[in-house]
Design a protein around this ligand. Structure first.
Ligand code: NAD
Ligand code: TYD
Length: 361
């Protein structure tokens, strides 16, 4: 029975990944979810599996060396899947330090603890042990509107404090691979969407605002392009890289689904109108008139686009969920889980929203 240590498993992608893995492997695997529960961590995301005997939650900070070392000492960990991070670009522009703390220092603590637990006296590593570092395509910087893709060989050129901290953490993982032959992989994925995504990110924010008849804030001219991937396709890619990938390698994961932000907003409005029954009073207020162009994000990357050629050729992974289907599944999930959205948007979220949007021209 393999034991997985998943960091950040109470967040958006981590909780989807845990669901994916338990659905796929059942009680053939054991999962230990280590999460400190920041504003983005939510145990509600895991309510349906929390009683399973092969699942355990430990509240701990990945920058807490002692706590992390203890988890490795008390459990025979076979796989680490490292999601825990500060993940929102706008927050990183307002408060960069915590991004360095969690994303860089936290990754260093995770690498060091895994190395200490898995390394033999001769410097080799126990067989079967693997560390997967979950990263982003934002480390590659920004592409021109009219062409080009991010490949694994594209030089790093991060612009935001978020992407700079993720790039730094990737570099640390690469250094462990090169220096110690540490058994790790890195995945650099494009923008995810799906159930459990916190409504600070574009898609759930637009869904939530539209349902409440609130303005839909579009940064700049709305023509920035992101390459959207359904989160379960990402979960599958992570598992496939860990099982079938070549250790030491980086794999880009992407959706071949480039869309301008304004297109995304129009699609969401169309699907909301399609899904809401005429009897629902919210339907009448879903309107393009809610779209509001606001001051651009500082250092706003123009376009991201992944070429997932390597992961397809070497591992056989490719995106499965078409955006038209993924966005419908996502919106249906938000309809069925209105309490989830109500809970995460109460309290601190209101303050965040005020701070982030009220002074934007
Ligand atoms: P998220 O913000 O939804 O979740 C992050 C989780 O990490 C939360 O549960 C939070 O409580 C936890 N966490 C934060 N600081 C911690 C600490 N110090 N110790 C322990 N736990 C801590 O993020 P997400 O969108 O699920 O992203 C997960 C990972 O995937 C991140 O590393 C991110 O960089 C990467 N990624 C995200 C996307 C995307 O579109 N969301 C795309 C590519 C890569
Ligand atoms: P986001 O979901 O924050 O992801 P990332 O910045 O990591 O790509 O933003 C996606 C795109 O949507 C990005 O170009 C910024 C834009 N955006 C808006 O126009 N309005 C918003 O309120 C938000 C949150 C994002």
């Amino acid at each position: 029975m393999r034991t997985y240590l998943v960091t950040g498993g109470a967040g958006f992608i981590g909780s989807n990944y845990i669901h994916y893995m338990l659905d796929k492997y059942g009680d053939e695997i054991r999962i230990i979810n280590v999460d400190v529960l920041t504003y983005a961590g939510n145990l509600e995301n895991l309510k349906d599996i929390e009683q399973l005997p092969n699942y355990r939650f430990i509240r701990a900070d990945i920058t807490d060396k002692e706590a992390i070392t203890k988890i490795f000492a008390e459990n025979d960990i076979d796989r680490v899947v490292h999601f825990a991070a500060e993940s929102h670009v706008d927050r990183s522009i307002h408060n960069p330090e915590v991004f360095v703390q969690t994303n860089v220092l936290g990754t260093a603590v995770m690498l060091n603890a895994a190395k200490a637990a898995w390394e033999r006296e001769d410097g080799s590593f126990l067989p079967g042990k693997k560390f997967l570092h979950v990263s982003t395509d934002e480390v590659y910087g920004s592409l021109d509107e009219d062409g080009g893709y991010f490949y694994e060989t594209t030089p790093y050129a991060p612009h935001s404090p978020y992407s700079a901290s993720k790039a730094s953490s990737d570099m640390l993982v690469k250094a462990y691979i090169d220096t110690y032959h540490f058994p790790a992989n890195i995945t650099n994925c494009s923008n995810n969407y799906g159930p459990y995504q916190f409504p600070e990110k574009l898609i759930p924010l637009i869904i939530n605002n539209a349902l409440h008849g609130k303005k839909l804030p579009v940064y700049g001219d709305g023509k920035n392009v992101r390459d959207w991937l359904y989160v379960m396709d990402h979960a599958k890619a992570i598992d496939m890289v860990q099982e079938l990938g070549c250790l030491g390698e980086t794999y880009n994961v992407g959706g071949h689904n480039e869309k301008q932000n304004i297109e995304i907003i129009h699609i969401i409005l169309d699907v909301l109108r399609e899904k809401l029954p005429d009897s629902d009073p919210r339907k009448a207020q879903i309107s393009e008139d809610l779209i509001t162009y606001v001051e651009d994000r500082k250092g706003h990357d123009r376009r991201y686009a992944i070429a997932p050629d390597k992961i397809k050729a070497q591992i056989g992974w490719e995106p499965e969920t078409r955006f038209e289907d993924g966005i419908r599944k996502t919106i249906e999930w938000f309809f069925e889980n209105e309490d989830w959205m109500a809970n995460v948007t109460s309290g601190d979220y209101q303050k965040y929203y005020e701070e982030m949007y009220s002074n934007r021209k």
